[in-house]
Design a binder for this molecule. Structure first.
Ligand SMILES: Nc1ncnc2c1ncn2[C@@H]1O[C@H](COP(=O)(O)OP(=O)(O)OP(=O)(O)O)[C@@H](O)[C@H]1O
Ligand SMILES: [Zn+2]
Length: 286
């Protein structure tokens, strides 16, 4: 018997069928169009396979509070076709199996803690720096959740002294996402991140912001491993800069594991999310 997983992103939906250990057997992807266009394709894929349960890691904001009337909905997303869309209910109606529902980043954290860079640990943080910045956390073996899911990308950071860019977040302007996500890099420097590889100032500034965020996450959550993924983090040269900045901000106040092992890329690569979704599927049966 197999499990299903969905990594629902702002640009594409990845769907996979896997085994009880999170191994992917078959995967397929669809562009994220409107729910009316995308969801029937997703349902058709899973109806072809006999799956026991499904796990969903979704872009957000989403409602993951099981006590809420809108549990399972995508809520106030800027992708207007999906605003207030009852995502979980639409899947449930057609598939009639247990479904676990959480954020893309929480699910990626679950993948990495179960089978990836944080395997064997109870606490880890998964951060994506892409079109937006988001983080998911496994804390004492559980996905972190309160009245809603964490929104760690929107924290405030101290400005780099050479940065006069106003910031791109529609809600806060110069929050972390507003200053350090891919679109902010592009607007500040006038080129996409991928074309700025050799501009050391870009990555020095990027590391300065990301490291401040990491300091705050470290002090609040005490993660055993920090995993940084997403498009911007494909710039591997930023990792040593982030580690240096984290060391300098923390300034010896807490003893950290060796930073090359502590702040790392996802060891499941681009499969962190979909693998976590398969694991969430299995957990949803219990
Ligand atoms: N190799 C790269 N180097 C630098 N920046 C990159 C690279 N690849 C993608 N980006 C930037 O990352 C952003 C896209 O992020 P990503 O590839 O993680 O996709 P996404 O899934 O849309 O993001 P999100 O997870 O925030 O929804 C864009 O702003 C893009 O310019
Ligand atoms: Zn913000």
């Amino acid at each position: 018997m197999h499990y299903g997983g969905i990594e629902a992103g702002g640009t594409k939906f990845v769907c996979a069928v896997g085994d009880e250990n999170g191994n992917i057997i078959e995967r397929i992807q669809f562009p994220t169009l409107t729910p009316e266009e995308t969801i029937p394709k997703v349902i058709e894929f899973f109806q072809k396979h006999e799956i026991r349960a499904l796990g969903v890691g979704s872009f957000g904001p989403i409602d993951i509070n099981v006590k809420s009337d809108t549990y399972g909905y995508i809520t106030s997303t800027p992708k207007t076709a999906w605003t207030n869309y009852p995502f979980l209910q639409a899947l449930q109606k057609e598939l009639n199996i247990p479904i676990g529902f959480n954020t893309d980043v929480n699910v990626a954290a679950l993948g990495e803690v179960t089978l990836g860079a944080a395997k064997g640990m109870e606490n880890c943080l998964y951060i994506t720096v892409g079109t937006g910045i988001g983080a998911g956390a496994v804390v004492q073996g559980n996905l972190l959740q309160g009245f809603s899911h964490p929104e760690m990308g929107h924290i405030l950071v101290r400005r780099h002294e050479e940065d006069s860019y106003t910031g791109k977040c529609p809600y806060h302007k110069d929050c972390l996402e507003g200053l350090a996500a891919g679109p902010a890099i592009e607007e500040r420097w006038g080129k996409k991140g991928i074309e700025l590889e050799n501009n050391s100032k870009v990555w020095e500034m990027e590391a300065y912001y990301i490291a401040q965020a990491l300091m705050q996450y470290i002090l609040v959550l005490s993660p055993e491993k920090i995993i940084l993924g997403g498009g911007v983090m494909k710039q591997q040269q930023v990792f040593p800069l982030i580690r240096e900045n984290v060391a300098s901000f923390i300034n010896g106040y807490v003893e950290l594991p060796p930073l090359e092992e502590y702040i790392v890329p996802p060891s499941l690569g681009d499969n962190a999310g979909i693998t976590g979704a398969l694991i969430l599927a299995k957990q949803s049966e219990q």
